[in-house]
Design a protein around this ligand. Structure first.
Ligand code: ADP
Length: 290
């Protein structure tokens, strides 16, 4: 299975070019679409989900033209937006049954079985009789995934899903997505680098509507091995270093500033070699466009 996005462009009426000729081939697995706020991620996800029109380009999934065959899309797509409306007073199981009925599962035994299996899959079986309003952020997100899985989709899109989740909830949620990605295409749109580095099998970095890089996160990190250097400096020295070296990030540790520099060889003997992180690749790519 593969999702093919070809030369997608979108300019809003206010003149903002949200997407510029975006081309991506996304195989089965969990795909991380990584970019800062305003990069164009939601625009891209909404177009692929047919919630919005593009100006030009095409999107297909296993031969289905997603931009034209909109009824087909609804059969193959599960979409989990950043925020979705809930019925706070309804019990989880009841609501999922209701959504299953809306999806056309008319036989009540079949519906029951499907809903029970999904609640177990997303680890909400114990909480099935709780009202949605009593759910934590992570539980709501997992409920959203159960709902998205109802129609047996071939493609699941989740837009910025981990904002507001505590670390344990976030882990559980990402693991669930990764499991789902064993069989179908899962696109995880996020500005959080760590969401992508652990579990995604493929990724793209997007900024200002343009795809800057695509690849397997670990291979991308491997390619930059030996090119990231660190040095502890005084904060006041930063402008000097920025002038002289390709500083890609800085952080404060115990009152000192540590800079990370990109260089194919050791910048000078005062720098020490650092392990490459996906974040380095992210920052370096964002700088290229700035
Ligand atoms: P992201 O999801 O990566 O934060 P978006 O796709 O929401 O990015 O936005 C991309 C750009 O398009 C931003 O500059 C944003 O301000 C602009 N934009 C998004 N939606 C609209 C809209 N409905 N009308 C005008 N501009 C928009």
């Amino acid at each position: 299975m593969e999702l093919n996005i070809q030369n997608l462009s979108k300019t809003y009426p206010n003149g903002i070019r949200a997407l510029r000729n975006v081309t991506l081939n996304i195989p089965t697995g969990m795909f991380g679409l990584l970019g800062p706020n305003g990069a164009g991620k939601s625009t891209l996800m909404r177009i692929v989900s047919t919630l919005q029109e593009s100006d030009s380009g095409s999107v297909s999934l296993d031969g289905i033209n997603l931009l034209k065959q909109k009824d087909e899309v609804r059969k193959v797509l599960g979409y989990l937006p950043q925020e979705f409306g809930f019925y706070p007073k309804v019990r989880a199981q009841t609501l999922l049954e209701h959504f299953a009925a809306l999806k056309g599962v008319v036989n009540s035994n079949e519906r029951q079985e499907l809903v029970d299996a999904l609640l177990q899959r997303v680890n909400l079986w114990e909480a099935r009789n709780q009202k949605l309003g009593e759910f934590s952020g992570g539980m709501k997100q997992r409920f959203g995934i159960a709902q998205a899985l109802l129609g047996n989709p071939k493609l699941i899109i989740v837009d910025e899903p981990t904002a507001g989740l505590d670390p344990a909830e976030r882990n559980r949620f990402l693991n669930l997505l990764s499991e789902i990605g064993e069989n179908i295409v899962v696109i995880l749109s996020t500005h959080i680098v760590d969401d992508v580095s652990g579990l995604c099998t493929n990724m793209a970095i997007i900024n200002k509507g343009e795809i800057l890089l695509t690849g397997d996160p670990s291979a991308v990190v491997e390619q930059m091995r030996g090119c990231i250097w660190e040095k502890r400096i005084e904060k006041s020295e930063l402008p000097k270093y920025e002038e002289q070296f390709r500083v890609i990030s800085t952080r404060l540790v115990a009152g000192k500033t540590i800079i990370r520099v990109f260089s194919e060889s050791r910048p000078d003997s005062t720098f020490y070699s650092a392990d490459v992180k996906l974040e380095d690749i992210y920052f370096k790519n964002l700088q290229t466009v700035a």
